[in-house]
Design a protein around this ligand. Structure first.
Ligand SMILES: Nc1ncnc2c1ncn2[C@@H]1O[C@H](COP(=O)(O)OP(=O)(O)O)[C@@H](O)[C@H]1O
Ligand SMILES: O=C(O)C1=C[C@@H](OP(=O)(O)O)[C@@H](O)[C@H](O)C1
Length: 303
């Protein structure tokens, strides 16, 4: 074991009671190994915590267990403390997911938002931490039609794609324990909301400039509505995204919870939303879901 790195990764520093509202049960382990070329580390951490009961819902409280392996971490990253932050986030995510689990009661989570808002990236993290399965409604349409989204738009048109999207959302509304990344345009049909309201919906609200940056970086091959023939990628994407948002902004606001990247950045004292990690966004999503679910629970109790 690398002693300097182990010191940098004191487990006690991870157990911040005010953040995770839990206390250690004593079971924790850490192993660190150095890759042969000496620059990279493999870190494996396992922490088991006994949560303190805070919710009003009666439930059995399971211990909180997080096991994470990080491959190819530069030793400098670990020693700088970045690793602490990653592991802290992991524990907080897990704690938050346990907090909302009994209120969710197996209902699916639907992520809505513009193209490139991070529904897939953030959704996978949420599914993992909640012990849910993840699925992407676009991928299900592609599977059913046997073509990529881009080819479906090209050969059959948008209306055909929208019908398939509605069919897929209907099927998903009969399922439990899924985090679903929906297509950016799924919000425009009221019938889709009828399906999505069977679960809990979350709007990932990302400033259009940040979206345009991401789209310009990955290209528009899989996003036919943003396709452009020529010109500056960022400007083209921003123009198209702005036009779409003009039509859809109100529909996204139908979601049960809203995750505003601008608000997260303000909370963290950051100026640039593009610096926010998908994990920090997933954490805010769980917090906003918790707010919605507790309000729903209170309204139910008052009736
Ligand atoms: N928080 C983030 N910071 C930086 N890039 C991100 C973030 N979230 C997603 N991305 C990147 O943006 C692109 C679109 O993300 P994706 O999850 O596919 O969005 P969506 O499913 O909403 O279309 C991907 O290349 C992804 O890696
Ligand atoms: O905004 C839209 O109308 C669309 C978004 C895409 O999904 P992502 O939001 O996952 O890119 C995909 O469903 C299709 O290209 C149409």
């Amino acid at each position: 074991m690398d002693v300097k790195a182990a010191k940098a990764l004191q487990l006690s520093a991870l157990l911040q009671p005010e953040k995770i509202r839990s206390k250690p049960s004593g079971a924790s382990s850490l192993s660190i190994s150095r890759e042969p070329h000496k620059k990279f580390l493999r870190v494996s951490v396992s922490v088991k915590l006994q949560p303190v009961r805070t919710s009003t819902i009666r439930r059995r409280v399971a211990p909180l267990e997080v096991t994470r392996s990080y491959e190819n971490i530069p030793a400098s990253t670990l020693e700088s403390g970045t690793c602490h932050a990653l592991l802290d986030e992991e524990l907080i995510l897990k704690s938050r997911s346990q907090e909302i689990d009994p209120y969710l009661n197996g209902r699916c989570i639907y992520l809505v938002g513009m193209m490139g808002s991070g529904k897939t990236t953030v959704g996978k993290i949420m599914a993992q931490v909640l012990g849910y399965s993840f699925c992407d409604s676009d991928a299900l349409v592609e599977e059913e039609v046997g073509n990529s989204v881009a080819d479906i738009f090209k050969h059959y048109g948008e209306a055909f794609f929208r019908d398939k999207e509605t069919e897929v959302l209907h099927k998903l509304s009969l399922m439990r324990r899924f985090v679903i990344s929906t297509g950016g345009g799924a919000v425009i049909r009221p019938i889709n909301w009828k399906h999505m309201h069977k679960g809990v919906s979350v709007w990932l609200d990302v400033p259009l400039e940040a979206l345009a940056q991401r789209i310009a970086a990955v290209g528009t091959n899989s996003r036919p509505l943003l396709h452009y023939e020529a010109g500056d990628a960022y400007t083209r994407a921003l123009l198209k995204l702005s036009a779409l948002f003009e039509e859809r902004g109100d529909s996204y606001a139908n979601a049960n919870a809203r995750v505003s990247l601008e608000k997260i950045a303000a909370k963290l004292g950051q100026r640039d939303v593009s610096k926010l990690s998908p994990t920090a966004i997933a954490l805010e999503a769980l917090e906003q879901i918790e707010v919605f679910l507790k309000e729903e629970d209170n309204n139910y109790a008052e009736r």
